[in-house]
Ligand binder design. Structure first.
Ligand SMILES: [Zn+2]
Length: 335
């Protein structure tokens, strides 16, 4: 075989190994694996151990991803902070404060460095904070930038690259806020075994990357429910009543509602979508009135779960019997 054909062939395999198709296939396989795992773990848990929390306890967990702004119509990142500078983000925080609701904010290093002292203080004193990491914020990219680009998938990087990115993001945010951060959530919820292991090594107590709440025993780290649909998209499309009905009917004890505050700003028109904020306010007020749910942030929920775990084991460290074969905490048995 002529030499140039061999080189061509080698190039092809190199491309196949490292190229888009391989990466996409890897990502799809991982997504399927993690969904099957989450489904099985929930199914086995509910089959064996019943319910996690007391009969009268139901929680709504608000999770906000606070990152560089994204034009949702064109799916492009612009690396600007219009939804923060316009006051939309501040309006959201003031509203939560007025309603006496604690939420969890996952912020990127750039956002942490951009926030004014007033917002920082409110986030630190009232709410809980986590590190949010999009690789495109760390790797140098040219803006505007396609949001679905493969470069933004943390799970496709090598172990050392993941470690460096996660380590830098954590230390940058901790330095700016002068506070230890214990929660981690990756952009696009990209997660794999290595990311979980690194999260544990870096001292996180919990990640929020998969559905459902469970303890990952070998890593001594929790997964707090990542949630599913964007809260603001649901409210914008359907109003708050269907969502209230859906939550009221649901049998889930922990209802995680993720949302992107950047959706409170219309980039085309250049103004705050104030009716979305008032729909959000009506949603919260109605849920409080319904009375069968409590709003809790992820860090307080984590403390509650850990306390229950200790109570269950009479003040001892979690023992072997507290976990099922999958290493998932039998928190359903905690009464
Ligand atoms: Zn994000």
């Amino acid at each position: 075989m002529p030499l140039h054909n061999i080189i061509k062939g080698e190039r092809f395999f190199k491309y196949a190994r490292e190229g888009f198709l391989y990466k996409a296939l890897h990502e799809i396989t991982h997504q399927v694996k993690s969904r099957v795992y989450a489904f099985l773990s929930k199914y086995i848990r509910s089959l064996l151990y019943g319910e996690v929390l007391r009969e009268d306890e139901r929680f709504i967990v608000l999770i906000f991803d606070v990152e560089e702004d994204l034009d949702f119509y064109s799916e492009l990142y612009y690396n600007s902070f219009k939804y923060i500078d316009s006051g939309a983000f501040n309006d959201l925080i003031s509203l939560l404060d007025d309603l006496d609701i604690c939420a969890t904010f996952y912020i990127t290093p750039q956002v942490a460095e951009h926030l004014n002292d007033m917002i920082k203080e409110s986030l630190l004193n009232t709410h809980s904070l986590g590190v949010h990491l999009h690789p495109h914020n760390v790797v140098r990219v040219n803006y505007p930038f396609y949001s679905r680009s493969i470069i933004d998938h943390l799970s496709l990087y090598k172990y050392d690259e993941k470690l460096t990115m996660m380590q830098r993001a954590k230390s940058r945010i901790e330095r700016v806020l002068d506070r230890k951060i214990f929660l981690f959530r990756s952009g696009r919820l990209c997660c794999d075994d290595e990311i979980e292991k690194i999260a544990s090594i870096l001292g996180y107590k919990a990640i929020s990357n998969h559905r459902y709440t469970y303890y990952i025993k070998p890593l001594k780290i929790w997964n707090l429910d990542a949630g599913k649909h964007d809260l603001f998209v649901l409210l914008l499309k359907h109003g708050y009543k269907p969502l209230v009905k859906c939550i009221t009917k649901s049998t889930e004890k922990i209802i995680a509602l993720p949302g992107h505050p950047m959706r409170l700003y219309n980039y085309q028109r250049g103004k705050i979508i104030s009716h979305l904020l008032s729909t959000f306010s009506s949603f919260i007020k109605t849920m409080i009135k319904e009375g069968n749910v409590h709003f809790i942030d992820q860090y307080r929920l984590l403390l509650l779960l850990e306390r229950r775990l200790k109570m269950n084991t009479l003040g001892c460290e979690p023992g072997h019997n507290d976990f099922n074969d999958y290493g998932l905490l039998k928190y359903n048995s905690i009464k």
